[in-house]
Design a protein around this ligand. Structure first.
Ligand code: PA5
Length: 375
């Protein structure tokens, strides 16, 4: 049974949050500053590419997704995210492929990496170690090494900010003055307002967790809140261990909205979270209001996360950070340790066993090295 009062009892909450996910979340703004610092010393080997593909899965793909949304209306070249074993057909020597894997061991990402090398793409890798790092070293590929010991989703600072800095340095985008600084400032503000020592009544993230407790949260985003909506949905899955979904306006008005015509005994198990922004375009504002009107009597709860800040990056990251906190509070209220992801681990282990990955991987690595040696 969910128990919101535990959120204002630090010792009891800490007993549930055994691996201290909450502390990692509170420190995210500090990690962002460290991630930017870490990137300063890295020399980017290539010139402006014709397009950029971020390759990664789960928590390691979200940094690239956020970059995609952030720069969508400003980047001078296409940016995409590949969550597959294989790269799109257009990836060639003019493409910059950035495989990102927190562990450096994710097989889909390693496969996309190998393909990028085979196709002679420009390649830059990012991980906290693993085979992505060792192979990059062997093949002479620039690798960004980020700190180890985090659950991948809690390392979002290190999985996002180096990519943002590289996009600026490569000339893919010209950073608007002070945009990153504002994002850090606003993230610090959200951490201050959402941290565990702020009581329930004054803490929007704790209140959101209590509102959606016992339901399947559905997150509705729009435009540049696509990746943020996905991130919050994934945080509910991985931290709170509940099913969750996300959809994005305006598209959801053309299909997903019909789902709310289902029988009430089914819909009563869902809650809706709208990502809101004082600067949302008028047509989106009207769509949100109408969607709220149509769904209000059908779901158990309708709630909002309001983005903060002036520029786009700050607004995106502030909404994400509130959602991150809420997912951890929801876990704690339900007596669930936010950190372990047993089903993901189990699935990866079983995939390794069934596909005899090691043998497979050795073969691919040898062939990559042979190809590299031939030039
Ligand atoms: O959050 C998680 O643990 C997962 O979504 C992982 O990020 C995902 O399985 C990919 O692993 P990695 O981030 O190590 O590449």
């Amino acid at each position: 049974m969910a128990n919101p009062s535990i959120l204002d009892q630090p010792d009891a909450a800490r007993k549930v949050d055994q691996h201290n996910m909450l502390e990692l979340c509170e420190k995210t703004p500090q990690f962002c500053a460290e991630a930017i610092e870490l990137t300063r010393e890295i020399d980017i080997p290539c010139e402006m590419p014709q397009n950029v593909i971020f390759a990664g899965m789960g928590g390691s793909a979200i940094g690239g997704e956020l970059i995609h949304d952030w720069l969508r209306d400003r980047a001078t070249i296409p940016i995409s995210v590949c969550r597959e074993y294989t790269l799109p057909a257009y990836a060639d020597e003019k493409t910059l492929v950035i495989p990102v894997s927190y562990s450096g061991e994710t097989e889909e990402t390693l496969s996309a990496f190998a393909e990028a090398v085979r196709r002679k793409c420009k390649v830059l890798t990012l991980s906290s170690g693993g085979r992505l790092q060792s192979l990059s070293k062997e093949l002479g590929i620039t690798h960004v090494c980020i700190p180890e010991g985090f659950p991948p989703r809690a390392a979002i600072a290190y999985l996002l900010f180096p990519l943002a800095v590289f996009m600026g340095r490569l000339g893919v985008v010209r950073e608007r003055s002070g945009e990153v600084e504002e994002a850090l400032r606003v993230l610090r503000q959200v951490s201050e307002e959402s941290k565990r020592s702020v009581n329930f009544e004054d803490n929007a993230a704790k209140r959101l967790a209590a509102e959606i407790s016992g339901t399947v949260p559905v997150v509705y985003g729009f435009l540049h809140y696509n990746a943020v909506a996905r991130r919050i949905k994934c945080q509910f899955n991985e931290n709170s261990k509940v099913p969750s979904r996300f959809e994005v306006l305006p598209e959801l008005n053309h299909n997903d909205i019909m789902g709310w015509e289902a029988p009430q005994d089914l819909l009563g198990n869902f809650s809706l979270i709208f990502i809101r922004d004082l600067l949302e375009p008028p047509e989106i504002k009207v769509r949100i209001e109408l969607t709220e009107e149509i769904t209000a009597t059908k779901t158990k709860r309708v709630c909002s996360i309001w983005a903060k800040g002036k520029q786009k990056l700050a607004r995106m990251l502030s909404a994400m950070h509130i959602g991150d906190f809420a997912s951890i509070y929801l876990a704690i209220m339900s007596g669930v340790d936010p950190t372990p992801t047993n089903s993901i681990t189990q699935l990866k282990q079983e995939m390794n066993r069934r596909l005899d990955k090691t043998r497979n991987h050795e073969r691919k690595t040898q062939s990559l090295k042979r190809q590299h040696a031939k030039g």
